[in-house]
Design a protein around this ligand. Sequence first.
Ligand code: SF4
Ligand code: SF4
Length: 295
Amino acid sequence: MKLQRIQRLSQIISTVLYNGYFPGLWMGVIYQGVLKYIPCPGLNCYSCPAALLSCPIGALQLTIAYGKFHIPLYIAGFVSFIGAIVGRMVCGWACPFGLLQDIAYKIRSPKISVPHRIQQMRYIILIFGVILFALIKQEPWFCKMLCPAGTLEAGFPIIALNAYLHEQIGVLFIIKVGFLVLFCIWMVVSKRPFCRVFCPLGTLYSFFNRISLITLTFDASKCSRCGLCFKTCPMELSVQNGGTLSTQCIRCLRCMRCPEGAVRIVWRSTVPCTTQRRLHSPSGEAIQRCVTVKN
Ligand code: SF4
Ligand code: SF4
């Protein structure tokens, strides 16, 4: 089976696994059993009637907001453990919102790039929207005010399945729907805008991309500069400029379709590094890149 098909299958299976509480879909109630104590690796709203597991970002905010200033060690440990092994791979292989964006981009339309400068906004969303506002407001502020995944997976089905809630639809919900529509249009014309500009969970995982056990190497001596890897990359990264080590690489492995075999997935400890160079990615971030040079 082609790697891209395996990736798609993994995205679908993880979406179904995270949302396996099917009775919730016709009863309109949220599952509150013991599995809700376990976070899922991807961004998946825990208030979705079908959600079996909790969302790491929702759980992180709840701990910050209601945990009397406890450090959210459980969630931090969970995200760090996954990140230390695979970096940001969850975004490419096991995130329902990532799947939605990949499918939406297949719709025929004019396509535009996501400007590099606005991609830094994800740090602001993480620091202010998720951490500081949860601390100050004592509520999961990001989920309540911003998260388009929550509006799609929880807001719509809960309202559709509970008629008595229709009267309570207010300005906040309408603004959140507008925000979701905006992202839905954007994901048709641009590759993964939510992951690149907004997602706080992807941003947390991204810190591990340069130290994770599983990593990607690029052999510059093999590259014929055909451009296939850039064309297929869902994050519009250039492997020649250190894209595979960038914080934006979601380890989807599509660049491994390189006809010259210049991109490989390896355990970090086995990287035969002969030169180290300081490079800059297109977004301007410094990248310590390992380049394999043939003698
Ligand atoms: S697909 Fe391979 S050969 Fe083509 S530009 Fe990318 S790394 Fe180089
Ligand atoms: S650089 Fe390769 S692995 Fe990373 S996001 Fe782009 S195609 Fe996927």
